[in-house]
Design a protein. Structure first.
Length: 264
């Protein structure tokens, strides 16, 4: 479903698409890092579109791999050039995890359809749709050969399953990224109450730093006033409505402010 929505947006190339593409083209890939609480691959797709980048560092020892081999065994591949940090706090649709040897593989975003095919076994399909037959091609782990590839998602609820090795590594990497970053730029994130673990991480790192980061918050839509209240209560005077909080999305003012932050 996520992939289909991306394809539809790519085919339309409407104003929102062009705005996001223009924003990412203005970034220096070697000087930025991303953190995402969603599972989609929009950041990776758009970095490929804007800069031709196909190498990403997920911060959890994920191995670049491919599902394009003739035999059904995942194949490790190598990516050259810049690897942009993209920390996925709750998992990603382009990851496959081996329950046997605990290896984590990541595929290019355009292979997520094949990744999705590993999430339901034949027995699962029989329970879901017993009247129909569903082809289920299972891939084997490229490290240990086991037929035990699946995935892990932390769902959008108050009780997220974060006690898996790759999540723990991702969160440690996120902490390092936040501690070292000069600027914290939030785009389309409203600090929801269900993300209390992530909010605790943000506040703890903020308070542990000698120098506070520069902030920018890009919001939009009918909930922007509520989002401003959340950020004001959470970060205090660091968030200023007339200066670094933008209610109109990635408009000209927001992109100019962010560009100034990154150039300073």
């Amino acid at each position: 479903m996520l992939r289909e929505r991306y394809r539809e947006a790519r085919d339309r190339k409407d104003e929102d698409w062009q705005t996001l593409l223009r924003f990412l083209k203005g970034l220096e890939p070697g000087a930025v890092g991303f953190m995402a609480t969603n599972w989609d691959t929009v950041v990776e797709d758009m970095l490929t579109e804007a800069h031709g980048i196909r190498g990403f560092d997920y911060g959890c020892d994920a191995i670049c791999a491919s599902l394009r081999t003739a035999h059904k065994e995942i194949k490790e591949t190598d990516t050259s050039g810049i690897k942009v940090p993209v920390i996925k706090m709750h998992g990603s649709v382009n990851w496959l995890y081996c329950d046997n040897c605990r290896s984590l593989f990541w595929m290019q975003a355009d292979q997520t359809d094949k990744v999705a095919g590993q999430l339901l076994s034949s027995e699962d399909w029989k329970r879901i749709d017993p009247a129909s037959s569903h082809k289920n091609d299972r891939w084997h782990c490229g490290r240990c050969g086991a037929n035990s590839l699946g995935t892990r998602f932390a769902t959008f609820s108050y009780r997220k399953a974060l006690d898996f090795p790759m999540f723990q590594k991702s969160w440690f990497s996120a902490e390092r990224l936040l501690r070292d970053a000069k600027n914290w730029i939030f785009i389309g994130y409203s600090l929801p109450a269900a993300d209390f673990e992530f909010k605790y991480l943000l506040k703890r790192v903020q308070l542990s730093r000698r120098d506070s980061p520069n902030f920018a918050v890009v919001s939009g839509g009918v909930t922007s006033d509520r989002a401003y209240q959340h950020y004001q209560r959470f970060f205090g005077r660091e968030i200023r409505s007339s200066e670094n909080f933008f209610r109109g999305g990635l408009d000209t003012d927001a992109m100019a402010y962010i560009a100034d932050l990154l150039d300073s």
